[in-house]
Design a protein around this ligand. Sequence first.
Ligand SMILES: Nc1nc2c(c(=O)[nH]1)N[C@H]1C(S)=C(S)[C@@H](COP(=O)(O)O)O[C@H]1N2
Ligand SMILES: [Mo]
Length: 170
Amino acid sequence: MNRLPIWIAAPLASLWLAFAAMADTLPQPEGPVILTITGALAHTNGDGVARFDLAMIEALEQHSRQVETPWFEGVQDFTGPRLSALMAHVGATGSGIRVIAVNAYSANMPWSDLQSYPVILAVRHNGRQMSLRDKGPLFVIYPFDQHPELRNEVVFSRSVWQVAGIEVLP
Ligand SMILES: Nc1nc2c(c(=O)[nH]1)N[C@H]1C(S)=C(S)[C@@H](COP(=O)(O)O)O[C@H]1N2
Ligand SMILES: [Mo]
């Protein structure tokens, strides 16, 4: 570009910057990264991935559910963004997602689950952040309260705890 006259080079450079910014619209995490999203994303914050710290996840609209699950006794309160909203936030396109836990467990989830049900990626359990030993930092929570038909092995297997990553499947 050093051979181009400045009056051509400068607008070209700013155009390039504008396009780069369109693909790179997410702010940078400031705290520890607790979630990394990969795959076909329109919005990233570095090298094709979207990385989130706790504050970035909690900046999305939060939803609370009071649910009974196989993992805790009695009704428990879980709060976090809808998974569908999180996927829209990063501009994900694909056939579904794979949710990956810190223990390398993973489960695939079709888009239809996210469209049919208000599945949340819980960041809080009874108002508190979840430590790793309490199945945190992130836990996929289906609306078992409103939709008893979800109480089956397939959906339980998609209820990933200790979530660390999401891969958008092609
Ligand atoms: N992080 C993580 N989440 C997970 C699993 C796992 O091994 N690790 N197992 C899944 C499967 S296959 C099911 S059926 C339920 C099992 O829950 P349980 O081990 O409490 O019965 O959690 C799901 N979530
Ligand atoms: Mo399972």
